[in-house]
Design a protein around this ligand. Structure first.
Ligand code: DCS
Length: 282
């Protein structure tokens, strides 16, 4: 039996009670984070909490704890669960109230976090994965990490049915991001990635990737690319908290580069691994 964070208390998982009139349940009215833990050490926790508070602010939800307090509670949660390598799932909803679209006046947000042991998908890092291209049917505030995930859920299901790991989404032929990841392409020694705006989630791993690129001398252009340009990329990468730096080797039957993870991708992965090793050793 594990422990969960429920508002400001760490309790047994079974003690968490969610009201059926919770707006998270009825409207997806809330925001969330997935945070990676390596050997009991939480990775980029500050960055995730920063985005959590920003997402909440963007939907006019006030988180009733200071960031420092939440940070402490999440570390305690990891410790209490004796978590090795896995992730923290953290969400906050606007709370529970009789169903009406506008915010009920006396409503209190409900925060829940739990952890899951989850090994790193090393085979994917090594061999690469397949992806499919789908239309991005999501709303226009993809910068918010909202609980409303129907667009990505449907995309992921379609990808799954096609035997693909990820769906690469596009709007009018411009690649935005993956259903649950950021998408990057490498061409002629330059890494291309969608600029930070309302069409993508500004991924924490995306930012780690850009830091790695800088460290290994790979120039970066934060500029959206088209589906046509995607087919000319010699290396394609997806990044996310759980997928880290995953090479894409095939897109809808089209082979990317040599069909094997490319040299820049390997260097980026090595740099990423070095960051984790430093974290775990320190
Ligand atoms: N874009 C979307 C739409 C995402 O859902 C995610 C993460 C990312 C990009 C990558 O962001 P991070 O690098 O900050 O993780 N999705 C999380 C999820 O739902 N499961 O794992 C990660």
């Amino acid at each position: 039996m594990g422990y969960s964070l429920w508002n400001n208390r760490i309790v047994l998982d079974k003690e968490v009670i969610i009201d059926r009139e919770d707006r998270g349940y009825q409207f997806g009215d809330g925001v969330y984070e997935v945070i990676k833990v390596y050997d009991g050490i939480v990775f980029t926790l500050n960055e995730h909490l920063e985005r959590f508070y920003t997402s909440a602010e963007k939907i006019k939800l006030m988180i009733p704890f200071k960031k420092d307090k939440l940070l402490m509670l999440l570390r305690e949660l990891v410790h209490k669960n004796n978590l090795g390598t896995g992730h923290i799932y953290l969400q906050i909803t606007r709370g529970s109230g009789s169903r009406q679209h506008h915010f009920p006046h006396t409503i209190k947000p409900v925060l829940v976090a739990n952890v899951k042991e989850n090994p790193r998908p090393l085979a994917n890092f090594e061999n690469g994965v397949k992806a499919t291209i789908l239309e991005d049917i999501r709303w226009l505030r993809c910068d918010i990490k909202t609980l409303n995930l129907l667009g990505p859920v449907l995309a992921k299901q379609e990808a799954y049915e096609k035997g693909c790991y990820e769906a690469i989404l596009h709007r009018n032929g411009v690649v935005t991001e993956g259903a649950s990841s950021n998408v990057h392409g490498i061409l002629d020694g330059v890494l291309y990635t969608h600029q930070v705006d309302n069409m993508i989630l500004n991924g924490i791993t995306r930012n780690v990737l850009l830091a790695c690129a800088k460290e290994i001398g790979l120039p970066v252009k934060e500029q959206a690319f088209t589906l046509e340009q995607l087919t000319t990329m010699t290396e394609v990468i997806i990044t996310s908290t759980t997928s880290e730096i995953t090479p894409v080797i095939e897109i809808d039957g089209h082979v990317v580069g040599t069909g094997k993870p490319g040299e820049w991708t390997r260097k980026l992965q090595q740099q990423f691994n070095a960051k984790i090793s430093v974290l775990v050793r320190s």
